[in-house]
Design a protein around this ligand. Structure first.
Ligand SMILES: Cc1cc2nc3c(=O)[nH]c(=O)nc-3n(C[C@H](O)[C@H](O)[C@H](O)COP(=O)(O)OP(=O)(O)OC[C@H]3O[C@@H](n4cnc5c(N)ncnc54)[C@H](O)[C@@H]3O)c2cc1C
Length: 301
């Protein structure tokens, strides 16, 4: 019987693990893929405090994990497939077995929705990005494109317009879903060019991305757009599929209060999987700390 099982070893899960294991809770982390989650794949992180010259994702995760390990946390590389209620707490089912626990912290993150066009995987990190806050600075004074029609795409385009020389905003429809105020700001920018009724049919380049292939969905006309960056902003996909029948969710994300409590007592959620405004390492770390503190208080009661 564990005191707490943490699902996911990204910044939220590892921070929760530091707090829980330091409070002497018997803590197990279950991780389906790679230690460190989305953060482990980032080459250079420039906005996480404490690293004035930046830090790589693997280095940051190594530091987080060593700190959790020091307090005795256990890690198993297994994918969680279900959580079931039992009289003593919860049963966590994985692809390799079952574990009993008094509480659970869900820190499974979110996946960026992909365009699924040729070149997207090939140029990931070499022109293709899913986060302007994270990677925008690499595109200073060069043209970039953003694809999407919602609030986040418009926000990404506005953010990039202060960094890049020109921003092409590609949207498959005539109208944006984004709020009117944001769209008005967008239209007032000289260096943002709208490419409406267009879809991307291919991403091309050599070592780095160099151009996009676009198709007009009304006329069928094709065009080539010379740009070194593409920010895909067509939404996120919560990793919470199997939890949506158990916990309250909003658009696939788990709803919590500010202490990370979900709709089910004894189950907490932290990080990108939570319904919230900003999905960053520092906000995931904040959530993880709060979840670790709340779970400790919950188990004491
Ligand atoms: C390309 C890219 C660049 C980024 N750059 C920055 C940046 O510069 N600065 C910044 O602050 N943020 C950046 N971000 C955002 C940042 O990575 C996330 O906000 C952060 O990783 C969220 O942490 P998390 O712990 O909530 O989730 P994640 O890091 O996504 O970790 C979730 C973990 O849960 C695991 N998991 C999922 N389902 C299961 C399951 N069923 N069973 C077991 N394990 C499971 C996953 O495998 C994963 O390891 C970037 C994101 C991307 C994609």
């Amino acid at each position: 019987m564990y005191d707490v099982i943490i699902i996911g070893s990204g910044p939220a899960g590892l921070t929760a693990a530091i707090y829980a294991s330091r409070a002497k809770l018997k803590t197990l982390i279950l991780e389906a893929n790679v230690l460190g989650g989305n953060t482990a794949i980032i080459d250079q992180i420039d906005n996480y405090p404490g690293f004035p010259f930046g830090v790589s994702g693997t280095e940051l995760i190594d530091l987080f994990y060593r700190q959790a390990e020091r307090f005795g946390v256990e890690l198993r590389m297994e994918e969680v497939t279900a959580i079931q209620a039992i009289p003593e707490g919860h049963k966590v089912v994985t692809n390799a077995g079952e574990y009993m626990t008094r509480s659970v912290i869900v820190a499974m993150g979110a996946k960026r929705r992909q365009l699924q066009v040729d070149g997207e995987q090939e140029f990931l990190g070499r022109g293709v990005s899913y986060c302007a806050t994270c990677d925008g600075a690499f595109f200073s004074a060069v043209p970039v494109a953003v694809v999407g029609g919602g609030d986040s795409a418009v926000k990404e385009a506005l953010f990039l317009s202060d960094i890049a020389s020109r921003v092409y905003l590609i949207h498959r429809r005539e109208e944006f879903r984004a709020n009117r105020t944001a769209v008005d700001k967008l239209l007032a920018k000289d260096n943002i060019e709208l490419k409406l009724n267009r879809i991307i049919t291919g991403i091309e380049g050599d070592a780095l991305m160099q151009r996009l292939r676009l198709k007009d969905v009304v006329t069928g006309e094709e065009e080539i757009l010379e740009t070194e960056g593409l920010f895909v902003s067509i939404g996120l996909v919560s990793a919470a599929d199997f939890l949506s029948s158990l916990l309250d969710t909003d658009d696939g994300y788990i709803v919590t209060d500010e202490t990370m409590c979900t709709s089910v007592p004894g189950i907490f959620a932290a990080g990108d999987i939570r319904a919230k405004h900003a999905r960053q390492i520092s906000t995931a770390v904040g959530d993880g700390a709060m979840a670790g503190i709340t779970v400790t208080e919950y188990l004491k009661e």
